[in-house]
Design a protein around this ligand. Structure first.
Ligand code: XMP
Ligand code: MG
Length: 184
């Protein structure tokens, strides 16, 4: 285990098994369709790669980079587009792939944007769901694991751009981010 990690919440093996399970569900969901899978950068990258490898439908992959965080552990409440999609959304069946839904602000912004762009359908798959953090009315169609109100890192999730490459989901030692505990 990495020295900055207090505890492993979800192991590499558990993540892999969950990706297989979710991939199977997505195959059924999108049978006969050609969905546009949208990875929300950068955090969703490992999850997107793993979950889509277990789907058996043809799909298109695209990426969107939005940011609602300023490098800290709390949402700034502001969403900005850092990189937009290449693909056209109109008439498409969208599958948004996220690492974690916390406040839900990022996703509610994206869902509104894709509705405005006339998507045919919009579904959300997230690896992690932190319901205690929710301020926007957003629910995932598929969610891997529920996590407690702690700042988690690993498997795509970062703290100041570090820890994304860890193969598991863990909780950082509080002293790494200045001893401040999540309270919102
Ligand atoms: P919201 O609050 O908009 O959050 O649902 C979406 C994005 O915020 C990041 N996020 C986290 N990143 N540990 C992280 O490393 C966390 O506990 C955490 N909570 C939210 C993440 O990028 C997510 O896509
Ligand atoms: Mg993210």
């Amino acid at each position: 285990m990495h020295n900055d990690i207090k505890e492993i919440l979800i192991s590499e093996e558990e993540i892999k098994a969950k990706c297989k399970e979710l991939g199977k569900q997505l195959s059924e969901e999108y049978e006969g369709k050609f969905p546009l899978a949208i990875g929300v950068l950068k955090g969703a990258m490992p999850f997107m790669s793993d979950v889509l490898r277990y789907t058996e439908v043809h799909l298109e992959m695209d990426f969107m980079d939005v940011s609602s965080y300023d490098g800290g552990t709390r949402s700034s409440g502001e969403v900005k587009i850092v990189k937009d999609l290449d693909a056209k959304v109109e008439g498409r069946d969208l599958l948004i792939i996220e690492d974690i839904i916390d406040s839900g602000l990022t996703l509610s912004y994206l869902v509104d944007l894709f509705k405005y762009r006339k998507a045919n359908s919009i579904k959300i798959v997230t690896l992690l769901d932190k319901p205690s953090g929710r301020t926007a009315a957003i629910k995932a169609d598929l969610a891997g694991f529920e996590v407690p109100n702690e700042f988690v890192v690993g498997y795509g999730l970062d703290y100041q751009e570090k820890y994304r490459n860890l193969p598991y989901i863990g909780v950082l030692k509080p002293e790494i981010y200045g001893g401040e505990e999540e309270s919102e």
